[in-house]
Design a protein. Structure first.
Length: 446
């Protein structure tokens, strides 16, 4: 029998595939739980793997290192990690014969995924583990697979939870998150830049009111456990969010947070008012705590990260300076730089990383097309230290090096683009890449 001891738990692994976990609770008493690990080999004595000499190409803060868990999987989007350390990766596109999800398992304890099993029809972005189910999204639905404990892949067909979600081939990806009860929150991105009658047409005013907000440009709430729902069965939880792909539940304060994509093309659509440089720098990616009934101002306003205020959009009479009605919308918790492309959000509640990371937020920035003539930016994982659901300091760059070079002029020049984030049972941070399908595992070694 193997024994692993940490400051919080003692885990005994029996040779028959049974794990007895003895945990020290907050009151100092011992609690035990038995987990059957069907088909899983006994883990090694040490819980943290050996990192790659070059950290898989990443630059990380002192005390952290990384290894590549899997590589060249394809156009990966989001990922989820089970309580036994199995990894599930969702794909935007792949070989139809393989499937839209790959399950990864490390069977020999070296930190690498030597067992890869593909399954599932259709492709998309979102993937989450919730209860005994693995949920995945397509561009117009959310489905779930029953995942028996200890089993790497599901045996049955997917059950459709919600279908008929708006899909107009722009901002069509559907990310989602869960609260601690039976609610699922789904981003329905607006198929538009600024709600113009003919989208992205120079000097054309936007619609008022913006009819798109009735069916998109916000986050909808559904039952996580009821099949056969349509968008009409959902509740529009928050609106005025152009495309809130980076969407997550914060368990510390029991609230939904989002970092939506900001608007584009100020100079292309309104060349008399904005230069290309102003477009590249001004329209913030905004970090918000969502509220039921909340309105965050899209398409009427945008937050100017240079001027540190919300201003009226040119489609609604703004000139880059006028505030107008925009002071009635919430200011962002953090105004990130323009056109970084926020794609995923994760709150860190584990204990492997140092205390300053506890309850803080990691944000994966995918990069954007709309920064010319300035060099591309983003392509990193940022960290926001937080307490009681509020930032306590400025954000910092946690992981970079994804581009593979110091400067690029277009998104297609990047070696890697971070898209998905997840935390493993030991507190390791996993990062997915959408260019080649590389998966990193980041650990703290002190």
């Amino acid at each position: 029998m193997n024994v692993r001891l940490s400051s919080m738990s003692l885990v005994l692994y029996g040779g028959a595939g049974v794990a007895l976990a003895v945990m020290l609770g907050g009151d100092g008493r011992l609690a035990a739980a038995v987990e059957t690990r069907t088909g899983v080999q006994d883990p090694p004595a040490t819980s943290l793997p050996k990192c790659d000499p070059d950290n898989g190409g990443l630059k990380l803060p002192d005390g952290f290192c990384a290894l590549v868990v899997a590589d060249n999987l394809g156009r990966a989007r989001y990922l989820a990690v089970s309580s036994t350390g199995d990894i599930y990766v969702r794909f935007r596109e792949s070989d139809e014969a393989k499937g839209g999800v790959v399950a990864l398992r490390d069977t020999d304890g070296d930190g690498r995924a030597d067992d890869q099993q593909w399954f599932g029809k259709g492709f998309g972005t979102g993937i989450r583990l919730h209860g005994e189910y693995l949920y995945v999204s397509t561009n117009d639905s959310v489905m779930r697979y029953r995942l028996p404990k200890g089993q790497l892949t599901p045996t049955g067909e997917a059950e459709t939870i919600v279908s008929g979600l708006v899909n107009r081939k722009q901002h069509e990806a559907k990310s989602f998150t869960f609260d601690e009860s039976a609610n699922m929150y789904v981003d329905i991105g607006a198929p538009s830049n600024a709600c113009q009658p003919k989208d992205r047409t120079p000097e054309v005013p936007g619609e008022r009111p913006c009819a798109l907000l009735e069916e998109a440009g916000g986050v909808w709430r559904f039952s996580a456990d009821r099949g056969g729902q349509t968008q009409e069965d959902g509740h529009r939880y928050s609106t005025g969010l152009r495309n809130a792909l980076a969407l997550s539940w914060n368990p510390e304060v029991k609230a939904v947070y989002a970092v939506p994509h900001g608007r584009d093309s100020l100079d292309m659509l309104w060349p008399k008012l904005f230069t290309a440089e102003q477009n590249a720098e001004r329209t913030s990616e905004e970090f918000h705590r969502l509220e039921d009934g909340g309105d965050f101002g899209w398409p009427y306003c945008f937050y100017d990260v240079v001027e540190n205020r919300r201003v009226l959009a040119p489609e609604y009479g703004g000139d880059g300076k006028e505030v107008g009605e925009c002071d009635k919308y919430p200011a962002p918790l953090v105004p990130f730089p323009a056109h970084w492309g926020p794609n995923d959000l994760l709150f860190y509640t584990n204990s492997q990383f140092p205390d300053q990371y506890r309850n803080g937020a990691f944000v994966a920035f995918h990069g954007s097309w709309n920064r010319a003539p300035l060099p591309q930016a983003g392509y990193l994982v940022a960290f926001v230290p937080m307490k009681d659901g509020k930032p306590t300091a400025k954000f910092e760059v946690f992981a970079e090096g994804f581009m593979g070079k110091s400067e690029i002029q277009s998104a297609g020049d990047a070696n890697h683009r971070p898209t998905g984030l997840a935390v493993g049972p030991d507190g390791s941070l996993y990062i997915a890449d959408s260019v080649k399908g590389r998966i990193w595992r980041v650990v703290y070694t002190g």
